[in-house]
Design a protein around this ligand. Structure first.
Ligand SMILES: Cc1ncc(COP(=O)(O)O)c(C=O)c1O
Length: 258
């Protein structure tokens, strides 16, 4: 069933006429399709087959509690960028150990709370942030799981305002600085190296920028291995473009296979 379609010239959400929803709830009205959300997430999840993976929903896209609850129930992970987003995920039934904490402005109290509930990983966006996470972890006598978010300097060929993986974007650490940060993390009693993270932008309609970024990430991974630093997961981001007006976009299975 299509999430939204015209049946007898009337827009329907799944099998319900929007006009009936407007009669019941008034207008303007936000309508989400449970089936549409579940199918989109499952398409990603199933594309990985038996390969170990976790598909994380970017909570910033829509943090409506009902939407988060649908995703929590089917086993989604969550990409969060603030403690508010984390609290919403928890209230909606999501698990802290399926949350990755991204974002360039994590405060001391946010790091404390994320450690308290046990997020899966902090995606560290700068040297100063690594330092801050380490000192908070030390103050509460915990070990913080971390990935370094690297900036691969690739052009995602998307709108400049939603590009995140170019050198001039504020996100992530220069590829050349990453090794130093991993070495600092590896030596720290209060940091535990888990992954390597990269996000290049939103509304991406072509696989090639993802592959360019991945090539750079894999090169760094090899370099880390030669320094005895083991990476347990890759966190690869960049949002798949939406087909707004019949544009070609990425086929999820082809992307994951690539
Ligand atoms: C770390 C991270 N996750 C998620 C997003 C949301 O975008 P998308 O859903 O397109 O990946 C962004 C956007 O900047 C981001 O930086």
């Amino acid at each position: 069933m299509l999430s939204f379609s015209y049946q007898n010239h009337t827009l329907h959400a799944e099998s319900v006429a929007i006009t009936d929803l407007m009669a019941a709830y008034g207008s303007p009205l936000y309508v989400y399709s449970r089936t549409g959300i579940e199918n989109n997430w499952r398409e990603f999840d199933q594309a990985f087959g038996t390969h170990p993976h976790l598909v994380c929903y970017a909570v910033k896209a829509n943090s409506n509690l009902a939407v988060l609850n649908i995703l929590a129930k089917i086993g989604a992970g969550f990409d969060i960028v603030s403690i508010g987003e984390l609290e919403r995920v928890l209230v909606a039934g999501g698990k802290a150990n399926k949350c990755v904490f991204s974002g360039v402005a994590k405060t001391v109290s946010e790091i404390e709370r994320a450690l308290e509930v046990g997020v899966r990983c902090f995606n560290v966006e700068s040297a100063s942030e690594l330092n801050r996470i380490e000192s908070v972890a030390q103050s509460v006598d915990k070990q913080a799981p971390i990935s370094i978010r690297v900036n691969p300097n690739v052009d995602a060929k998307t709108h400049p305002y939603i590009s995140t993986g170019l050198k001039e974007n504020k996100f992530g650490v220069d590829m050349n600085e990453a090794l130093d940060l991993y070495q600092i993390a590896q030596k720290s009693e209060h940091l535990s190296v888990q992954g390597l993270d990269c996000h290049i932008g939103s509304q991406i309609t072509d696989v090639s920028p993802f592959l360019d970024a991945l090539d750079k990430v894999l090169e760094l991974l090899k370099q880390l291995n030669t320094h005895g630093i083991t990476i347990h997961h890759l966190d690869l981001g960049g949002g798949i473009g939406i087909d707004y007006e019949g544009e070609e976009t990425i086929n999820i299975q082809a992307y994951i296979n690539a």
